[in-house]
Design a protein around this ligand. Structure first.
Ligand code: FE2
Length: 180
């Protein structure tokens, strides 16, 4: 199948081409996530890629889906104080902050906090299951915006989340495996 870039907004053309190059290597998920993160770091668009109004209206927006469904690019805007539930993912992922501050906490399989870091504009990371249990929190005073790339057709599967985890259940009943 011949794939074209005719339906890609200009700010994403180099990024889409770079991600395709990584996927062509058919590496495992860990290496793919690192390679895609490298491309996102090199071709990180600005917050305007979400379109007008994004800065004031928290939302997620699918910016691009590869025609063969092998990856999707999303823009996510986060309200001040907004925090995700603890979750993991169905596929590899790379994300980069383009506005604001996003605090990320990473957990092990027993939901012990193993690391945390503050991500500022220009910072990019990539990860893949297993070892991808995390929580994101906009700890800044303004809207935070990040660009996420997932190794699936997000418009078809609906969400990148594999499971949500309940920290209180883990504390009170570790025997259940901490998963709800
Ligand atoms: Fe996530």
């Amino acid at each position: 199948m011949t794939l074209t870039l005719s339906h890609v907004q200009p700010e994403l053309i180099d990024l889409v081409g770079g991600v395709r190059g990584v996927l062509d290597m058919r590496a495992d998920w860990q290496r793919t996530a690192i390679g895609v993160a490298d491309q996102l770091r090199q071709h990180l668009p600005g917050p305007e890629v979400l379109g007008s109004g994004a800065a004031g209206h928290p939302e997620s927006r699918t910016l691009y889906v590869e025609p063969d469904g092998s990856f999707s690019i999303m823009g996510l805007a986060w309200r001040p104080g907004q925090v995700t539930r603890i979750h993991d993912h169905i596929t590899w992922c790379a994300f980069g902050v383009v506005q604001g501050i996003e605090h990320e906490e990473v957990f092990d399989g027993q939901l012990n906090l193993v690391s945390h870091n503050y991500n500022y504009p220009g910072q990019v990371s990539g990860f893949a299951p297993p070892g991808d249990i995390h929580r994101i929190h906009n700890t800044g005073t303004g809207t935070a915006i990040s660009i996420h790339i997932y190794g699936t057709d997000i418009s078809r599967v609906g969400s990148s989340v594999r499971r949500y985890y309940d920290l209180s259940a883990a504390i009170t009943n570790p025997a259940i495996g901490n998963v709800i």
